[in-house]
Every structure is written in C-alpha cells, then in structure tokens.
Write a protein that binds this ligand. Structure first.
Ligand code: NI
Length: 165
C-alpha cells in the first residue's frame, strides 16, 4: 500500500514531471493510487502525494466513474466562481473555504497515451483544479489569505505533535 506524504514534507511544494512512458507499470501504479485514495476516503489524489513526482492524478467523486489524468492542462475556465470547503489527504483534519472557477475544460492523456478533453463543473471541476495544483506544488491552503493559512498550518502541526506524544 502506498503511503501519503503530508504537510511539512517539501516534496509537496515541488513541481511534477511530465510522463513520457505509458506502459503496464504506469497502469499498475494508478491502480495503487486509487487503492490508497479509497482507503483514506479521498475523492482525488495526485501522484506527488504518494511520493512520486509524475504529472498524474486520479479522481473519483460520488456517482461517477474512476478517472485518470496524465499530463493534464486546464484549457478553459469559467468566469463564474464557486466556493467550497476543501480538504486534502496530505493535510488531514484541515478544511478551508476555497474560491475557484465553477467550470473547467481540461486536456490530458489516458493510460494508453491518448489525449482527451473533458468538460467538468461543480465538484468534479473543483477536484480537478485541486489535484492539478498539486502537480505544480500548490496546496489548497495556498488559496486562502496568509493569516488564515498560517493559522491552519500552525494548528495542523500542533495537533500532529499532540498525536505523536
Ligand atoms: Ni490535496
């Protein structure tokens, strides 16, 4: 089972690399990503969160199919925005309201190395944007004002220390 990289690990701030080889190992790896995501009850997981700096994320929101995005790019966003209380498997116990575009059009590659486009709105669009941020070393707490971010980070580390005692 893959383990989750958590806040404080500098890996989470790194930009991930483009995937060039689409083989069986890649598809086995994304299976493992889904396994880890489901185990920790997430609806999205980026590769960097399990320690591998590849531009890959997986998503499965309720009542939707499992989706794999490789080398994804957002090619269109709506002006209309929406807010939602986000969380992240890499920052357990922390939630914050984040404003993002309501709709995105994304281009990515599937496991066979074929390009596809997808239009998404609402929760799917949100998860896609959150996960794509991970590939650029950005966390959801980077979207809130710095005062709130500092408080969330401090609380998180204090809680973690308490649990370790
Ligand atoms: Ni996350």
């Amino acid at each position: 089972m893959l383990s989750i990289v958590t806040l404080g690990d500098e890996l989470l701030q790194k930009s991930s690399n483009y995937v060039e080889v689409f083989d069986k190992e890649l598809s086995d790896y994304t299976d493992k990503m889904f396994e880890a995501m489901l185990k920790f009850k997430g609806i999205g997981l980026a590769s960097v969160q399990v320690g591998r700096l590849d531009r890959i994320f997986v998503v499965q929101i309720p009542n939707d199919e499992p989706r794999v995005f490789i080398n994804p790019e957002i090619i269109e966003t709506s002006v209309e925005e929406d807010h939602y209380e986000e969380g992240c498997l890499s920052i357990p116990g922390v939630n914050a309201d984040v404003i993002r575009p309501y709709y995105v059009k994304i281009q990515a590659y599937n496991l066979k190395g074929r390009p596809f486009k997808l239009e998404a709105e609402d929760l799917l669009a949100r998860v896609i944007q959150h996960e794509l941020d991970h590939l650029n070393g950005v966390l959801f707490i980077d979207h809130v004002d710095s005062e709130l971010k500092n408080r969330l980070v401090t609380d998180y580390h204090q809680r973690k220390e308490k649990l370790a005692e």
